[in-house]
Design a protein. Structure first.
Length: 209
């Protein structure tokens, strides 16, 4: 497959950048290395309507942006190879645990909508259980934004996130994440912006100082 130099501004990350939240130091180190030595292994891209979608090489792409590169070496997949390479590259990243639960859900939605794949087949092709994919999709569709952020920052585990969302559904109660302490909070124990009263009082004390 031919390696081409592609304008970095025309490349979009696939599917979302949530994994970068916990990899800032790694990306910065990689950016310094790329600035010095360049990109050795080309990115794998999918042709899109207004550019390209990065299928493999997300870290290199993000690091290249931070290093100020205008172009990156890449291989653009032909139409006939799309689905096979699409699944292969995604599965490798899933097995290496480079995708979190929200990434997996977003990937599954794209595979379902773009290629018409059934969710049970997506789970089988990615090498994950159907139950796990169901839970990823459930959390992706029902968790609040602050809950997702708490999960992505490592404040709560996926198990805790799933349980929290499930509790809210089963009990018919609103359970949220306090933006200060990152713990569960009910409406009865809230003041503004769904924050614990205790955290709010501590915040006021700090502000007065």
């Amino acid at each position: 497959m031919e390696v081409k130099m592609i304008d970095i501004s025309k490349i979009k990350s696939f599917p979302i950048d949530t994994r970068y939240i916990r990899l800032t130091a790694f990306i910065e180190d990689l950016a310094r290395d790329i600035k010095k030595n360049g990109i050795i292994n080309p990115l794998l891209l999918l042709p899109g309507n207004d550019g390209y979608i990065c299928l493999d090489g997300h870290y290199r792409l993000e690091a290249a942006r931070r290093a100020g590169l205008k172009e990156v070496p890449a291989v653009v997949l032909e139409k006939d190879d799309l689905i096979r390479n699409y699944i292969k590259a995604i599965k490798v990243n899933v097995m290496r645990k480079r995708y979190n639960a929200l990434d997996i859900a977003h990937i599954a939605i794209i595979l379902h909508n773009r290629f018409g794949m059934l969710y049970k087949d997506i789970a089988d092709r990615l090498g994950i259980s159907r139950m796990h994919l169901h839970r990823c999709l459930y959390v992706y569709n029902h968790a609040l934004e602050e809950e997702k952020i708490a999960y992505l920052k490592g404040k709560i585990s996926f198990r805790q996130l799933y349980k929290m969302v499930k509790e809210r559904e089963n009990e018919g109660k609103n359970v949220y994440i306090c933006p200060c302490c990152m713990k569960k909070v009910t409406p009865e124990d809230c003041v503004i912006v769904r924050m614990h009263k205790k955290c709010y009082e501590e915040l006021l004390k700090k502000h007065k100082r």
